[in-house]
Design a protein around this ligand. Structure first.
Ligand code: NA7
Length: 546
């Protein structure tokens, strides 16, 4: 039965089987997939269009750091054959065009409500249904809610003294004005040197009269070597696209199935061979740099061989030795997400670009005229906050989610996110999270993880329908065991050794918990085993009486 034909429940404007929150890569595929198995679905999206991350992140130079032939849906052979990516790494406008195309091609927009933000949802134990409330007053009733809210969708705007006194323009990379910002001839300050800043800085430097970069922590970056795609390479991939997708699903990060395999442990190789491996991978560009050896994220001494190789390249590229030294990261390489760049370090050789070390006392103050830092005042016309996101949990916790017995997500996660498989939360029945904390998520090619989760959730809902169940909930003990497992895996790696957003360390007061689970393949096998066992670790409930 079509959603619109149903009688309203509890005064809800929309009554469906499933409410999906968000219309990015995950939300779009959910609408398509759930519809395909005969479930009625409504997606609610805060933006005026589809795209999620790629709708909001329009800063200069915004580009994906996973190759376009891999960072794309695999669920439809005709789609992946017909879409023509132009570059090795797609820029934001091209990815948004792709997602618009997907929305049109599969007629998804008719089941998406735009310009509407979900503010609250409450589970009714008598009916096993959620009531969902939105900022526009829209109310929805659904058996299931799927949070396709993205991992990097709540911006982190540090509470710097005087932040609102600045007379010029202030923009965050993650909420960049859609009409663009003309930085020609402007004095621009960029706060932050994460992935967004590293992509934006060379492009901003081309436009600005002066560029001041405020760096709290130096970051590793390897060349992207972005270029137009070679038609022969595309032809070879498309001749057997399924093989690449299958190979990627057996990779621990869900991509890179075409890269040469690692050459064993880094310390087992002699220094000459190691240098050759790093040089080849540096020249090829991309994340494959960290795939040279198996132990780079396990053994500190191995990691340091790769880290030192990058520091050498920085010293080679940057002419001023003092600036090169400041740009040279000291933490474990790969501990914070590795960045890919197009001329980042080279930009600091330009006479109008200045690097300011704020590792000591941070940004001291924002004044009407600019920024005070490192004991100096910098007069600026525009300040760019490239300060990242309240990652993985921020957006979920902004929504007032209340499950059974008054249990709320905010209470459940007060000490850090607690999920089972990253998919379900105890106390919140019939609610699923796509690429949630406790799943490989941001450590992988997001599209691989999204497709995996959407398929798993869809098959789960089909199963519940087949056996006549109206309720599924992650078991408390299963969630505790899962959190312990995620921590134990993370503790085997070097990930917990630095202040990354994976740990929530970038947001003051956020519980310090390593949120994603390293290793896509083992995780996918575990999810398959859980499904095959009849959803072990979840409690399945019968239909409520009446
Ligand atoms: P990131 O990677 O979180 O980077 C944010 C940057 O902003 C980073 O250099 C931070 O320094 C810096 N930062 C954050 N807060 C402050 C304050 N208060 N003062 C000064 N500097 C600050 O976000 P991005 O948007 O670049 O990238 C996010 C992901 O998007 C990326 O990993 C890819 O997956 C795509 P810090 O290192 O914390 O000292």
């Amino acid at each position: 039965m079509d959603a619109a034909q149903r009688t309203s429940r509890d005064g809800a404007d929309v009554v469906v089987d499933v409410v999906v929150v968000g219309a990015g890569f995950a939300g779009l595929y959910l609408v398509h997939r759930l519809r395909g198995v005969g479930l009625s679905v409504r997606a609610v999206e805060a933006g005026s269009g589809v795209g999620g991350t790629w709708y909001w992140n329009r800063y200069p130079g915004a580009r994906c750091d996973v190759e376009s032939l891999e960072y794309s849906y695999s669920f439809d052979e005709a789609l992946q054959q017909e879409w023509e990516w132009t570059e090795r790494y797609a820029g934001q406008p091209e990815i948004l065009r792709y997602l618009d195309h997907v929305a049109d091609r599969f007629d998804l927009r008719r089941d998406i409500t735009f310009d509407t933000r979900v503010t609250a949802a409450r589970f009714d134990e008598d009916t096993d249904r959620w009531t969902v409330r939105c900022d526009t007053g829209l109310g929805l009733s659904a058996r299931f809610v799927v949070m396709a809210t993205g991992c990097l969708s709540s911006t982190n705007r540090p509470d710097v003294p005087g932040r609102d006194t600045f007379r010029g323009g202030v923009h965050h990379t993650g909420e960049w004005p859609h009409e663009g910002v003309d930085l020609t001839g402007q004095r621009v300050g960029v706060i932050g040197t994460g992935s967004s800043a590293i992509q934006a800085i060379p492009v901003i430097a081309d436009q600005a009269a002066e560029l001041v970069v405020f760096q709290r922590t130096a970051n590793y970056s390897v060349p992207a070597r972005n270029a137009p795609l070679d038609p022969e390479h595309v032809g070879r991939v498309k001749a057997d696209y399924a093989a690449l997708r299958a190979a990627n699903r057996r990779m621990s990060a869900g991509f890179g199935g075409w890269n040469p395999p690692p050459a064993g442990g880094a310390l087992e190789a002699d220094p000459g061979d190691r240098r050759r491996v790093y040089t080849e991978r540096w020249e090829r560009g991309g994340f494959g740099f960290l795939g040279g050896y198996t132990d780079l994220l396990i053994t500190p001494e191995s990691n340091d061989t790769a880290a030192e190789f990058v520091r050498e390249r920085i010293r080679e590229i940057v002419r001023d030795p003092a600036v090169a030294e400041l740009l040279s990261p000291r933490q474990v390489i790969g501990c914070k997400r590795l960045c890919l760049d197009s001329g980042y370090f080279e930009t600091f050789n330009r006479p109008h670009v200045r690097l300011v070390d704020i590792s000591g006392s941070g940004i001291e103050e924002i004044t009407p005229a600019g920024v005070r830092a490192a004991g100096e005042e910098f007069e600026l016309d525009v300040i760019v906050f490239a300060t990242g996101f309240d990652a993985m949990t921020g957006t979920l916790l902004k929504i007032d989610l209340q499950g059974r017995d008054g249990r709320t997500l905010r209470d459940e996660w007060a000490a850090g996110p607690r999920t089972y498989l990253g998919l379900g939360v105890p106390g919140l029945p019939n609610l699923f999270i796509v690429t949630g904390p406790g799943s490989p998520s941001v450590l992988t090619n997001m599209v691989t993880s999204i497709e995996h989760h959407v398929d798993w959730i869809t098959e789960c809902l089909e199963h519940l329908r087949a056996i006549g169940c109206t309720r599924i909930e992650a078991d408390d003990r299963a969630a505790d065991a899962w959190v312990a497992y995620v921590n134990s895996v993370a503790d085997m790696t070097l990930f917990p050794t630095c202040n990354s957003w994976y740990l929530g360390a970038n947001v003051p007061g956020k519980p310090r918990v390593f949120m994603p689970l390293p290793g896509f393949t083992a995780y996918a096998d575990r999810c398959a085993a859980v499904a095959a066992s009849g959803y072990e670790g979840f409690v399945l409930g019968p239909a409520p009486a009446g």
